[in-house]
Design a protein around this ligand. Sequence first.
Ligand SMILES: NC(=O)c1ccc[n+]([C@@H]2O[C@H](COP(=O)([O-])OP(=O)(O)OC[C@H]3O[C@@H](n4cnc5c(N)ncnc54)[C@H](OP(=O)(O)O)[C@@H]3O)[C@@H](O)[C@H]2O)c1
Length: 330
Amino acid sequence: MANVPFFTLNDGTKIPCLGMGCWMGGPGGGERVYEMCAEALKCGYRHFDTAAGYGNEEEVGRAIRDSGIPRSEIYVTTKLGYYPFWTASRPLNIHLPHSSDHHRVKDAFEESLNKLNVSYIDLYLMHWPQASIDGKTLGPEEHPTYIETWKEMEKLVQTGRVKTLGVSNFSIKTLEHLLPHCEIIPATNQVELHPCLPQNELKAYCEAKKILLTAYSPLGRSTFLIEDATIKTLAEKVNTSPAQILISWAVQRGTIAVPKSENRERMRANMTLVSLSAEDMAVVDALHQKPNMHKSLLVYHDKEGPGGVFGWTYEQLGWNLVLGGVVPPN
Ligand SMILES: NC(=O)c1ccc[n+]([C@@H]2O[C@H](COP(=O)([O-])OP(=O)(O)OC[C@H]3O[C@@H](n4cnc5c(N)ncnc54)[C@H](OP(=O)(O)O)[C@@H]3O)[C@@H](O)[C@H]2O)c1
C-alpha cells in the first residue's frame, strides 16, 4: 500500500495500519461491497475489515480473488458472528441468525473461511463480548462466557488457518477479566475511536499489555467530525481534507484505522496519510475536552434505562459512559 506503514502485532505478524472497513451501514450490501473492495484494491488497499455479522464475507472474498493479487499481500480480518443489529433492518435475501456464534466458534470460523473462500484468515476477532441465544442476550456469567469463547478461539490457531486473534468492544474491565485466562494475548482490541472518543485510558492500558487498538468508525461515521470547525481549520492549514486529518491522527498515535468509503476519490484520499506536527496532534487530542464533545458517535446505545449496548449495561461492558453514549466529566 502506497505510503501506508505496517504495525507489528504482539505475535510478531505485521498489519497494514490502514484498512477498508466493510460495514455498509446495514447487513449485506451485495455488489456494492464487491465494487468497493475491487476499487479499493486498485487504489492500493491491502487490508479489509469484515465480519460474519456484516453478511458480506462472500463479496469481500470474491473481490480479493478476482483482483489477482497474491493472497499473501492482502490482510483479511473477520469476526465471530454477532447479529443484534440485524433485528432492526432485516434484508429478505440473507439468512438471519437469532443467536450469536459464541457457542459454536469452530463451525462459525469454518463458515467464515468458506464464505471468504480464502485458505486462511489473518485476524479473527471476537466481535462483541456478549453472547446471545434465540434472540436473548446472556449475562456476563452465563455460558458461553467470553472467556470460554476465547478458549475456543485459541484452538483455531492450531489449525494454521488463522494467524492472529483479537477482540473487539472490550474495555479495561473485560480485558482484566479475560487476560489471566489467555494462553494467547489478543493482538488487537477493535473499538470505536476518533477525536470525540480518544479512549486514552484504554489505549494506555492496552499498550502496557502489548495489545494494539484498532479504531473503528475513525471518521465518526457521520459528518459530525468531518464538519467540525477545529478539524476543518486544521485541514486547511495542512492543505488536506478533514478525513485525512482524522485518519492520520489515528495512525500517528499508534492505532490501526479502518475507515469505510465506497467513493473512489474519498477512498484514495483516506489512504494518503499526512504527517501532523506535535502542535497539530495536540489540537486534535484536545477536541474531546470542549463542551459536549466527549462522546460516542454511534447510534447503537440504549435510549433509556441505565444505558448500554446490545443487551449489556455500560457497567457490564465496562464502558465509562452514561445514557446516550456520553463520557461523564471526571
Ligand atoms: N468492531 C465493531 O463493532 C465495529 C463497529 C463499527 C464499525 N466497525 C468497522 O469500522 C469500519 C468503519 O467504521 P464506520 O463505517 O462505522 O464509519 P467511518 O469509517 O468512520 O465513516 C464512514 C462514513 O464516512 C464517509 N466517508 C468516508 N470517507 C470520507 C471522506 N474522505 N470524506 C467524507 N466522508 C467520508 C463514508 O461515506 P462513503 O462510503 O460514501 O465515502 C461513510 O458514510 C466499518 O466499516 C467496520 O469495518 C467495527
